[in-house]
Design a protein around this ligand. Sequence first.
Ligand SMILES: [Zn+2]
Length: 77
Amino acid sequence: MKKCPLCQGFVVDGSATFTVDLGEGIVVVRDIPAQVCSQCGEEWLDDSTAAKLENIVESARKKHVTVEVARWSEAVA
Ligand SMILES: [Zn+2]
């Protein structure tokens, strides 16, 4: 089983919430599939997930949102 490089806790499949501050607005994306340390809560995204998250943030930036709260399953659908 994978171990956390920070605290040596176990890393398990879970979900993460990311908040990105765009300066003029904030984007919150919930329920992102992630690997989460069961001990310290550190989260890791795989490359394809990180790329999709980047797209969500970029489209929110273009829309000039003030606050956008997106659910992962809907945002990538
Ligand atoms: Zn940890």
